[in-house]
Unconditional design. Structure first.
Lengths: 361, 235, 285
């Protein structure tokens, strides 16, 4: 056997540069309330919510291998818990946002007992049914306005400019936190475990990976994130209703953003959210034609660009901003015994976190 | 050779980027029973899959009765008279024994093999014909798989590890049917890991090692030692 | 109580028709068609449009739509959905989801959001007396009849014909089926074509029984899906049973409180999922 040294490379020069640029962007963004218009801040909050929701959906589907069209259950749940804590328990709504997210994460545990009974496409629809149960349930609770919803009264006393600035900073903080959370989760052992589980569950189990616990962990984290996005959205929106909170459109938009941007990659949802925001800005006036176009675009991208736009770029040009890939660089030992088929000078094994469906062309 | 049924020249096969066969030559004549032996991963199954279209290979590398058939659809190849008993049986779980056999008759050609003849050869199958295919024992399933391939009345039958996972007595029972199969001139290729079995049953053998033919020849002219060396890849 | 049960069974008949197509597509190629409900609505609107074309006769309109549905289903599977099949459920989910969005918005564009229905010349209000206090609608009864016939026909197709054998073989092991000369891609397309005929029938009957609107699709999908899961996968009679149970459950829920009917159905579905995830009448595979 050849004795060789190896090192695990994570970052690429591009990602280092991007990291610096990212930090700079966050600083610039944080100063926005001092020089920007309030409509920009509101838009950012909205798009931030879409993005966090999409990123969490991406974590669940692309990495966890669980495709769900019912994450809006947690989105709405987070929103309603935030509202109830704010309106009835007198808790500061901004604090209630985090509590709402935690509540969503907690409720995901019993929900998983039901949802995990299914798999594949039927898991997806099953989660939708669960979301419908949430919707119908809240629509029958008169304390929160039943079917027509209610308003967040807890922020009434605060001056508008302050409220908008704080909401904006909160959104910015949540976006950064969500990115960091997902990035660190995937970079660690859990990330590798997820990859193993997604590729072959039985084999992963036999290697000592706690499959069920890992899947549950991902599901809970994704629910937490969805709840965070939901609570944040309704702090910004001030008005909640079951149809808005639990609409399947949330999942549809998340799917769209992730599919366009590329599933299974952290940068994907960012690209997807930007594309979505741009399309929204320029074409949403066209109403049904706009939505129709989105649907067609999602179909075309899925059929012909399986890896999404960012995935395509990554495949083609090797771009990577968030280095969760691991490149094994083998340095052959100079005194190795002669092998029958000598290895080339440097052999790279790219353990990039490709989602399984990327192989099925 | 004028009775050469199957001619393979320079066959290379890949699974994605991984190369499994590195330029193999292989020949099967009419009425012959040829064995292909080798360790796990040597490329035996890949060879059979390349012949039957389950693995795509360049058109010219496989010739059947003079016609280039490499990379054609499996269904087309079966219709030309080349059938396979796949590794691991792979019966259809939703189909009964009889339905599994009938499934093989879709690409049916003219010939002596039909349900009643199969039931005569393996009476236990007639007894269990309405049971789900996968509820049978391993050996019985192998009989069904063999029968299913015969139903298309092929001219050459490729058998991938018939003995896999079976007890010796069952293996004997299955191979005891071989003479009935070859009696009317059907050519057979058997792929086996068990060298002595292969030598007993066939006249000619190929030994594969890491995707290449490491030894070939008449069984009687090859010594034990020669075969071992070729099997394990020792120079 | 008898009346509730009866209404539930009749409703179940309709749900059976919603669910059979889904069961068929999933059974043959493991494809989850999230646009199932929207295709049903599309079919209903197609009949409405055809009705205007053939001068008022609903039955002629339905007859005109059926072959279109068959061809449409075949083409959709052959040229679009076949490309999404594989180990990963995401592509087929996204594509069918995308189709759902496209259909809903297309219908909104062409027909506006107003609910419409198919004119049956009074057939939909005809009733039959059963004994002293019970009467059933002629149309719901007819729907039940169609559902039973369709289920029996599918079961027969799969169990006793060589096409059914081919479907089962290709669903079990497409690679080996290919070795036997079966072309998986064409068989999948044929399965979807048949499923779409069922969808067209379901849509037509739904449009006659009640109104249809472009946004109705998702709810119909959920009913179809719940019926399949409650009944258990692998058998069409199972799907029928599941649909019946769902129909009865919803009717009981409606009785208790009009707002809780559908919710009750969802809850029973979830309960079955927790207590007996393989469904009530699954066929072991």
């Amino acid at each position: 056997m050849m004795a060789s040294n190896y090192s695990v490379q994570r970052a690429t020069p591009l990602s280092h540069a991007a990291g610096a640029v990212g930090a700079l962007l966050v600083l610039v963004a944080a100063s926005l309330p001092f020089w920007g218009e309030s409509s920009w801040m509101r838009e950012f909050v909205e798009i931030g919510c879409y993005f966090i929701f999409a990123m969490m959906w991406n974590l669940l589907a692309g990495y966890g291998g669980m495709v769900s069209i019912g994450q809006q259950a947690f989105f709405g749940f987070g929103g309603y818990v935030m509202l109830m804590l704010g309106n009835f328990a007198g808790i500061n709504p901004f604090v209630a946002v985090v509590l709402g997210a935690l509540a969503a994460g907690l409720v995901a545990v019993p929900v998983s007992f039901v949802a995990f009974r299914l798999s594949g496409g039927y898991f997806a629809i099953g989660t939708w049914v669960i979301a419908e149960v949430f919707r119908l349930s809240f629509a029958n609770v008169s304390a929160v306005g039943g079917g027509s919803g209610t308003t967040l009264t807890a922020l009434r006393g605060i001056e508008r400019a302050t409220r908008e600035s704080v909401t904006y900073w909160m959104a910015l903080g949540c976006v950064v936190a969500a990115i960091a959370l997902v990035y660190l989760f995937l970079r660690g052992k859990r990330g590798l475990a997820l990859l193993a589980i997604r590729d072959n569950e039985v084999a992963a189990e036999s290697q000592g990976i706690a499959v069920r616990q890992t899947k549950l962990a991902v599901y809970v984290v994704a629910a937490f994130g969805a709840g965070l996005a939901g609570a944040l959205y309704f702090v910004g929106n001030l008005r909640i209703s079951p149809d808005a909170a639990f609409s399947v459109n949330w999942s549809a938009f998340a799917i769209f953003m992730v599919v366009i941007g590329g599933i299974g990659r952290i940068e994907g949802p960012i690209v997807g959210a930007l594309v979505f925001w741009a399309l929204n800005k320029f074409f949403s006036d066209y109403g049904t034609w706009y939505l129709l176009g989105l649907g067609l675009l999602a179909i075309v991208v899925t059929l012909f660009f399986r890896q999404g736009l960012w995935g395509y770029a990554q495949q083609r040009w090797g771009w990577s901003l968030f280095p969760t890939q691991r490149r094994l660089v083998l340095m052959p030992d100079a005194t190795a015994t002669a092998a029958r088929r000598p290895l080339p000078a440097a052999q790279h094994t790219d353990l990039t976190l490709h989602p399984s469906h990327a192989k099925h062309q | 050779m004028s009775d050469s049924l199957l001619q393979v020249r320079g066959l290379e096969a890949f699974y994605g980027d991984a190369q499994a066969l590195f330029g193999m030559d292989f020949e099967l004549a009419k009425g012959e029973l040829v064995a292909v032996i080798g360790a796990n991963g040597a490329g035996k199954s890949t060879l059979l899959k390349s012949l039957t279209g389950l693995v795509r290979v360049p058109r010219e590398t496989v010739r059947w009765k003079g016609e280039a058939i490499g990379g054609l659809a499996p269904g087309e190849i079966v219709r030309k008279g080349l059938a396979m008993v796949p590794e691991g049986r792979r019966l259809f779980p939703s189909l009964s024994v009889e339905e599994n056999l009938l499934a093989g008759s879709l690409a049916r050609r003219a010939g002596p093999w039909n349900l009643s003849r199969l039931y005569r050869m393996f009476p236990i199958l007639q007894e269990k014909r309405h049971q789900p295919g996968t509820s049978l024992s391993g050996g019985q399933q192998q009989m069904v798989a063999l029968g299913r391939a015969l139903m298309s009345n092929p001219e050459a039958l490729l058998c991938d590890e018939l003995s896999l996972g079976l007890a010796p007595i069952v293996i004997r029972e299955i191979y005891a049917a071989m003479p009935q199969i070859t009696a009317e001139g059907m050519s057979v290729v058997i792929v086996e890991q068990d060298v002595s079995l292969a030598q007993r049953v066939s006249r000619r053998l190929y030994c594969l090692q890491e995707g290449r033919v490491s030894l070939q020849g008449e069984c009687t002219s090859l010594s034990r030692e020669q075969i071992s060396r070729a099997y394990f890849g020792m120079e | 109580m008898i009346e509730t049960l009866l209404q539930g069974v009749l409703l179940g008949g309709l749900y059976t028709l919603f669910a059979l197509g889904q069961s068929l597509m999933f059974g043959v190629m493991r494809l989850t068609n999230t646009a199932q409900g929207d295709f049903i609505v599309l079919a209903a609107f197609a009949v409405i449009a055809a009705q205007a074309g053939v001068g008022g006769s609903a039955w002629l309109a339905v007859l005109a739509v059926l072959p279109l549905a068959f061809a449409g289903g075949y083409a959709l599977q052959r040229f679009v959905l076949n490309g999404t099949l594989g180990k990963d459920p995401l592509p087929s989910l996204v594509v069918t989801f995308g189709l759902a969005v496209v259909i809903q918005n297309l219908l909104l564009q062409l027909f506006s959001a107003d609910p419409r229905s198919i004119e049956t010349g009074g057939f939909n209000i005809q009733g039959l007396q059963l004994g002293e206090s019970l009467s059933v609608g002629a149309l719901p009864l007819a729907i039940l009849g169609v559902a039973l016939a369709a289920t029996a026909a599918l079961q027969w197709l799969f169990g006793a014909t060589s096409l059914g054998r081919a479907f089962r073989a290709v669903s079990d092991d497409a690679e080996i089926a290919g070795l036997m000369g079966l072309d998986a891609r064409k068989l999948y397309a044929l399965a979807t074509a048949i499923a779409f005929v069922l969808i067209a029938i379901a849509g037509a009957l739904q449009g006659m029984r009640t109104t249809v609107a472009p946004s109705d699709g998702p709810l119909l999908l959920l009913f179809a899906f719940e019926a399949v899961i409650i009944g258990g996968m692998g058998s069409f009679w199972g799907t029928l049973a599941g649909a019946m149970i769902l129909g009865i459950t919803q009717q009981i829920g409606f009785r208790l409180d009009p707002g809780w009917g559908i919710w009750f159905g969802h809850i029973v579905f979830l309960a079955v999922l927790v207590l007996r995830p393989q469904g009530l009448f699954p066929k072991t595979r």
